[in-house]
Ligand binder design. Structure first.
Ligand SMILES: Cc1cc2nc3c(=O)[nH]c(=O)nc-3n(C[C@H](O)[C@H](O)[C@H](O)COP(=O)(O)OP(=O)(O)OC[C@H]3O[C@@H](n4cnc5c(N)ncnc54)[C@H](O)[C@@H]3O)c2cc1C
Length: 461
């Protein structure tokens, strides 16, 4: 490679692209090193649908207003207060200017999905989804003269004192290196390295499915942490949801998510229930089911519903297993038939008056005398045909990452690394200690990607 790049951006997802575009607009010469082949470029970002955004009044597709304090309160609720308030407020406040910036750089929005009224106020949906957002950013970046090298896997950053002096990567089977003035790391979490997940979670992690890209293996993250770059977060914290057990090991994406739990009973492989399926409305509970299923034998669960619940939820891409009797359903799903019949009978007996049943509100239609209880939407499973889905834990992204300051800059010991910045999933643990708020991943990547690009360019120019 003959060009002397000012800035190397590692990764090819949302955070990397926001950094590369921002830096290139200052006149800096920017190279993106993306480990994926071109058709798979864009990491987890290509699976996304929306971005959570603060706004004082109607903004783009967003209605009414969503204040900084309300956004922060929503975040604090889901993270149980384990949030860096300073960086969170910075991300929230800056999100408002991001939406018009995104539009200026090619992203198009669409009205929120119908029926999700609260999201129409808080989350801006990308027209064409994350894939189209990523494609728009690549077009914009290339128009600004950013070079992109696909199948370029970064293996090592050489640190001398407080500087990165060399970026090592492989391309077309050959080991290469570059010495840019500034480096931005935007190469995601480590969730696709299932050995690393197993070190953190124990062998059960081998049974987890990874909802997004197989390329986020944490290679650069591990390399930097091994060299003493400041780290943040707990390796067992991640965003994980329950997904259809038939999803592929990687890259199943949003269509494998199962939203029928509130209208079902969920059993383990012994056909025993293990948690209140009706604890709260699904948007507030879907993210705990990844962990609940992870704690069951063989890390599997099974959702059982009957005919009257089939049309109450958004289906996954896979059709349900269908049978005329519970015994037949158990046989098709590999569950012990007698045990399933007993579990369903005990549940049915514990169901009471259902006249208040309301599928989209906490209706208080509960079981009595059953452990664990079902505290809402408890209706007997009696109406054939019966349907079942298998469940597995689907990991979205991990939180252990690079600790950054408000300039997205990395540090070592008590000093800043003078030419190293990080953005997106790889530093999300700097803000999120646990839990997750829908749409905040893209907020973090967009806000800190732009900051990292600006700072990296200021250092280089
Ligand atoms: C199914 C699914 C749906 C989601 N939906 C939403 C949503 O609607 N809204 C939301 O806010 N968030 C959502 N998320 C989370 C969101 O995807 C992430 O928070 C966000 O995309 C992270 O962006 P990023 O740029 O940090 O990482 P990524 O987009 O994952 O990009 C990381 C990039 O780094 C590259 N890379 C990795 N290692 C190397 C290496 N060694 N060398 C070079 N390149 C490397 C990868 O190939 C990839 O291109 C979803 C995630 C999934 C899996």
């Amino acid at each position: 490679m003959t060009v002397a790049y000012d800035i190397v951006v590692i990764g090819g997802g949302n955070a990397a692209l926001c950094a590369a575009i921002t830096a290139a607009e200052t006149g800096a010469r920017v190279l993106i090193l993306e480990t994926a082949p071109k058709p798979y470029r864009g990491g987890n970002s290509r699976h996304t649908r929306n971005f959570r955004c603060m706004h004082h009044g109607p903004l783009g597709p967003l209605v009414e207003s969503y204040t900084e304090d309300e956004y922060l309160a929503d975040l604090m609720k889901v993270t149980g207060g384990k949030t860096d308030e300073h960086l969170a407020r910075l991300a929230i406040r800056t999100s408002e200017e991001c939406l018009p910036w995104m539009e200026e750089h090619g992203v198009r929005f669409q009205p929120s999905l119908s029926g999700t009224l609260s999201l129409a106020r808080t989350n801006a949906f990308f027209r064409g989804g994350g894939k189209s957002l990523v494609n728009a950013y690549y077009r914009t970046a290339e128009g600004l003269g950013v070079d992109v090298l696909y199948e370029a896997a970064v293996t090592h950053l050489e640190l001398e004192g407080d500087r990165v002096t060399r970026v090592d990567y492989t391309h077309e089977g050959a080991a290469k290196s570059l010495s840019p003035k500034s480096v931005v790391v935007a190469s995601g979490g480590f969730q696709a390295d299932t050995d690393w997940l197993a070190r953190a979670w124990g062998p059960a992690a081998k049974n987890f499915l990874i909802r997004g890209t197989p390329y986020n293996r944490g290679v650069v993250l591990a390399d930097l942490l091994d060299q003493g770059i400041a780290q943040v977060g707990d390796p067992t914290q991640c965003h994980a949801v329950a997904i259809d057990g038939r999803a592929p090991k990687f890259d199943g994406g949003i269509v494998t998510r199962l939203d029928c739990v509130p209208f079902s009973i969920v059993v383990n492989k012994d056909a025993q229930r293990f948690y209140d399926e009706g604890e709260d409305v699904w948007p507030k509970r879907y993210a705990i089911w990844g962990r609940l299923v992870a704690a069951q034998p063989d890390q599997v669960g099974y959702v059982i519903i009957d005919a009257k619940s089939l049309n109450l939820f958004m289906p996954s891409v896979f059709p349900p297993i269908k049978a005329d009797t519970l015994a037949e359903l158990a046989g098709k799903m590999g569950l012990p038939g007698d045990a399933l019949e007993q579990t369903v009978a005990a549940f049915n007996e514990a169901c009471g008056d259902q006249t208040a049943f309301h599928p989209t509100e906490l209706d208080g239609v509960a079981t009595s005398g059953l452990t664990p209880p079902k505290t809402n939407w408890a209706r007997p499973i009696t109406e054939p045909p019966f349907y079942g889905y298998s469940l597995r834990t689907g990991v979205t992204f991990t939180y252990l990452g690079l600790k950054v300051d408000e300039n997205a800059q990395c540090s070592i010991g008590d000093r800043l690394v003078s030419n190293l910045w990080a953005a997106g999933e790889t530093m999300a643990g700097s803000i999120l200690g646990q839990g997750y708020l829908a749409g905040f991943g893209m907020t973090i990547g967009t806000v800190f990607g732009r900051i990292a690009g600006k700072e990296a360019a200021a250092h280089a120019n």
